[in-house]
Design a protein around this ligand. Sequence first.
Ligand code: ZN
Length: 313
Amino acid sequence: MRKLDKNAVFNIAIKSILFITASAGCFCLLKLLLGIPVIISAVISVIFALLLVLLFSFLLRYTSFYFGYYSFVSAFLHKDRYGNVFCPCCNKYFSHFHDEQYYSDDKHFNPSMFRKSRQDVICDFCRSAPRHRIIAEWAEQNIEILKRSRILYFAPELSMMLWFRRHNINVKTADLFDRRAELKLDLTALDIPDSSVDIVFCNHVLEHVTDYLKALSELHRVIRKDGMLVISFPIDSGSDHIRQEPTASAEERIRLYGQYDHLRIFGKDSRDMLENAGFEVSTIDIGNMPENIVPEEGPSDFDSNMVFVCVRK
Ligand SMILES: [Zn+2]
């Protein structure tokens, strides 16, 4: 049975408080002020409070970009300006990062590939994983380049979007499925001109697309010469080469790659793969980064924190 985590407890507590106060307030108004009979007042109050809780859940879930209710509540509780950990994406200190408990969701993930020891790595507010905080630190160091670049951000994530907005850096967002992105683009057939972009950010997308080599070739086409591709994807450090099984079912993908919608897992030859696609490849050095951003690996065993900065040749 799935463990009831702290966020679920907050969720239930806040909604219960909202339900009780709304129904009591409505009941007092109907019965005491308007003199409506008890039974009718009670029924109307309960229906009103239920609708209010539903509306509340809906608004928190859908009104802002990935801004989930869970992170909203737990960020409030764990925010600590003298805290031990810092998220450079949302610019906030916390007492600690939190555990997303992927390992307790075996319908979508393979628990054995999300070892518990690595789980306290997700930012309460913006849900950044270590890789996002590493990229944000790198972006701070390269801010002048970013400010004068045409940036395309594939599959945008709240954490880095917060960083870009805070620094007034314009990015064009793109996604094939997420309608919140500005451009609807297929990474394997980009509907944009050759050499029209200076920098592309593309985090954990390549493991989802059907033809990753075509995607890399398209990225190479649209990035101008000497432009950059900042890219990361899951890597199995125990595997020399990419592992993929095109006909695998969702259950098999969970077993093989750790996640139901991952079509492959990359291997130790990822750098060669990027070089073969026409890039000069380096990785973001996390050696000098502050320890309080917790640049540890995770949450999955394949989230290696290897972020490639590829210069287009
Ligand atoms: Zn954050």
